[in-house]
Write a protein that binds this ligand. Sequence first.
Ligand code: GLU
Length: 261
Amino acid sequence: MSVPVFRFAPSPNGFLHLGHAYSALLNSSLAAKYQGRFLLRIEDTDGSRARSEFVTAIFEDLAWIGLEWERPVRIQSEHFADYEASLAQLRKIGAIYPCFCSRRHVQANALAARDPDGQPLYGGTCRLLPRPVAERRIAGGDAHGWRLDMASLGDNAAAVWGDAMIAKRTVGSSYHVAVVTDDALQGITHVVRGRDIEPATPLHMLLQRLLGLPTPQYQHHDLIKGADGRKLSKSEGSTALRQLRSEGMAPSEIRQILGFP
Ligand code: GLU
């Protein structure tokens, strides 16, 4: 029998707050309950937002609330080759096409509907590019990202995400490809994450199907709300773990507030 494997996978774009602590404690306690493993993964593929000081802070803050995780920690920015291999496979089966559109062109030619990230659905300009033309542009060094060819894939995620961008022009990969690749490489059996990411799950399941990867069990937990009833954000300092620590709160109090022993 294989043991269940849980993970907490923050993006180091800010300091962790009570919502992150809840998610991390939940995964860790489920791992303990089912005699499984608990991994921590740093999701820093977006170099324009990720900062190393936040990575250091993640380790400090999680250790402070009493969590333990396996080492070494997988740091996504050290594994772009793995995400490129997934993209190569998607290219090989014709599931994605290159997109050369500028941001402005995408906005001007978008469909009326918006995706769960609030971006308008892509109008499809580059889907219509003949393949030799696209290949010539790539060979000529034209900057491009990669989009899922939803029309040919016939998947439920199409209506919600349209031709989702899965490799950005600037980054070369995306959160979606990296998360799916790593969950499989690390043998994650249970993905327990916030309801804010739930809309991305059908997209992740589609990528798993296309890449021939196992689909973990998904569970989406409620979000911890601020005093104003709104979702906590990383830019809000008030519930940041280090802020609470500097105000003298003890780790045991944090755990108690969040409902953990
Ligand atoms: N890195 C994502 C975030 O911090 C979470 C990804 C996931 O749990 O699948 O929002």
